[in-house]
Ligand binder design. Structure first.
Ligand SMILES: Cc1cc2nc3c(=O)[nH]c(=O)nc-3n(C[C@H](O)[C@H](O)[C@H](O)COP(=O)(O)OP(=O)(O)OC[C@H]3O[C@@H](n4cnc5c(N)ncnc54)[C@H](O)[C@@H]3O)c2cc1C
Length: 550
């Protein structure tokens, strides 16, 4: 208990995060035993408000959890009908045929979905089973027990002043305690980061790797819309500057998801991922598709890319990490939702068995074994070398070597490359200014491409201004004293929401400004800051983006 008096409530399982991982865990627990007390806390104003995926969904996770999802009216109605892959040059493109692609890259049987809507629907299923779901409740602290085990979380603290003191309407929040706490916070969760650090869970594993994914929803000319079409591209505009590529998914209602991922291990500190995305839309093939359409939503989120060799230990006394809090994305497939669901299911099954046996607050080792040796481990193991080969040898070599490796894994169950290492963290990969040249980006034209702040208004983000900034600096001097001379303070560019500015006024020293109100909760700053000086924490509950059907 902290110095202030907080009410506390006891549950069997406390789940942080209403993403596919957390919701699957909640549903499975109640399927196994309707009498279990299960609570799920979500920082978004509603479940789905902070969800951002591509998304092409491999339904294997949902099949295992709710086999009759179709009859139950899941918003999963657009099967993939066409799968295209292009290498882009500045003025043209080459279609890579589907036949040399390993089978696992095939999207046949998958669906184009809004994961926000899928999560909203999963929340309805969970509530119907009796799960208590509280949206608008950010979990800001972990509660530890007498022996150092995780006992619960603090959620719903509101009304702090910008300086951290208690305001007039201060609410201390509640302690929600459980026999087990599941952290389904997604990529780079703040509580998960604490648990990984405190229990040294990354020891013996490769560093986690990340990409920054940015996405717009467009309503396009119906004559150009081809429902069920999936297109991926690589090459221009990133070229040799960074790994990454794009996705274009035609969902229903003449809407298209247009997205762009930049791997965050890029070296050139002048690289501006958001502007790469905007530039991409000017490629003739993409511009032609979008011409006459309008962008109706924008958002961004980091994506985990370390895969098999980067998954930390995922259990510690009283706590289990789920889904992308561990990092379960199959990178070449750009898919993690199925594994997030399977991990939630596996954690629920392990916790149920433990509770039945009278256990509490210990390590759910059965969950970790299932993840590493079951369907998730098998899915990730086959593709474990694609990302490290790309990072080491670049795009073309990675397509051939990575493709070859996926084939041998698929056909023979082995890799000639063993298990490649990722090496440096994404923060450490950032090079210094003296070794790199600034990149000249064209100005957004306001039709196909947009400036950052205009686009942020299409994420419908809102943060109450009279609260402390949820982006904190370990050392306030570092951005100007170290990052500016060494890296031209890359936060100005890597943040896809324009949160960070270096303000220069005549006769004054440059100032580092944090516009936390713009933050879309992508966590890139926490990942990419070369000095690892920025710490992302949760703002008060309900704040952040309000994505429609991302
Ligand atoms: C651009 C992009 C494209 C992608 N495309 C695809 C795709 O096409 N197909 C696919 O399968 N996967 C895709 N992925 C990956 C997929 O999104 C993830 O694997 C998946 O979201 C992981 O689910 P999760 O439940 O672990 O986390 P998330 O989906 O991130 O959900 C976490 C939830 O927890 C909440 N939360 C976090 N911290 C707290 C806290 N402290 N208190 C309360 N609530 C909290 C968040 O608000 C959020 O609602 C993509 C990812 C990105 C970024």
């Amino acid at each position: 208990m902290t110095d202030m008096q907080r009410e506390s409530m006891e549950y069997d399982v406390v789940i942080v995060g209403g993403g596919p991982a957390g919701l699957s865990a909640a549903i499975r627990l109640k399927q196994l035993d309707a009498d279990l007390q299960v609570v799920l806390l979500e920082k978004g104003s509603e479940v789905g408000a902070h969800i951002l995926s591509g998304a092409v969904l491999d339904p294997c996770g949902l099949d295992a959890l709710i086999p009759d999802w179709k009859e139950k009216g899941a918003p999963i109605t657009v099967p993939v009908r066409e799968d295209n892959f292009y290498m882009l040059g500045e003025a043209g493109q080459v279609r890579v045929p589907n036949w040399p692609m390993p089978k696992l890259m095939n999207n046949h049987g998958n669906y184009i979905v809004s994961m926000g809507n899928v999560c909203r629907w999963m929340a309805e299923q969970a509530e119907a089973l009796g799960v208590e779901i509280f949206p608008g409740m950010a979990c800001s602290e972990l509660v530890y027990g007498e022996n150092g085990e995780v006992r619960g979380v603090v959620a719903g603290e509101f009304g702090k002043n910008p300086d951290g003191s208690k305001g007039d309407g201060y609410e201390p929040g509640m302690e929600l305690l459980g026999k087990y706490v599941f952290l389904g916070e997604g990529v780079r969760g703040s509580l998960s980061k604490e648990v990984i650090g405190k229990f040294n869970l990354s020891e013996g594993h490769e560093p986690q790797k990340f990409g920054l994914g940015m996405k717009e929803i467009w309503e396009i000319d119906p004559a150009k819309h081809r429902e069920g079409t999936v297109t991926h591209t690589m090459g221009w505009p990133l070229g040799a500057n960074a790994g990454g590529g794009s996705f274009i998914y035609h969902l229903e209602n003449n809407q298209v998801y247009v997205g762009f991922v930049v791997h965050l291990n890029y070296k050139n500190p002048y690289l501006y991922p958001y502007m790469e995305f905007q530039r991409f839309k000017h490629h003739p093939m993409v511009a032609e598709l979008l011409k006459g359409g309008k962008r109706v939503a924008y958002g961004a989120r980091a994506i985990s890319e370390g895969g098999y060799q980067s998954m930390p230990k995922m259990v510690a006394p009283g706590v289990a990490l789920l889904g992308c809090s561990v990092g379960m994305v199959n990178v070449p497939r750009i898919k993690g939702n199925h594994n997030a669901m399977l991990s939630g299911k596996a954690a629920a099954e392990a916790a149920h068995a433990a509770i039945q046996a009278g256990r509490a607050s210990d390590e759910l080792t059965a969950y970790e074994t299932e993840v590493r040796e079951g369907a998730i481990g098998k899915d990730l193991k086959k593709v474990r070398n694609v990302k490290p080969l790309w990072s080491k040898y670049g795009l073309t070599a990675s397509l051939t070597l990575g493709g070859f490796d996926m084939w041998t894994n698929e056909l023979l169950g082995l890799s000639l490359f063993g298990t490649q290492k990722h090496g440096k963290s994404d923060a450490e990969a950032t090079g210094k200014v003296f070794a790199h040249k600034p990149i000249d980006y064209p100005k957004p034209d306001g039709t196909l491409s947009f400036d950052r702040l205009t686009n942020v208004s299409f994420s419908f983000t809102n943060h109450e201004e009279s609260q402390p900034a949820h982006l904190t600096l370990k050392n306030a001097e570092v951005p100007i004293a170290e990052n500016l001379p060494n890296y031209d303070e890359p936060a100005q560019r890597y943040c896809p929401a324009g949160v960070y500015e270096v303000v220069r006024e005549e006769g004054k020293e440059p100032r580092f400004v944090i516009n936390f109100q713009n933050c879309v909760h992508c966590k890139t700053c926490d990942i990419k800051d070369p000095s690892q000086n920025i710490h992302w924490t949760v703002p008060q509950g309900g704040d952040g983006p309000n994505y429609p059907n991302m």
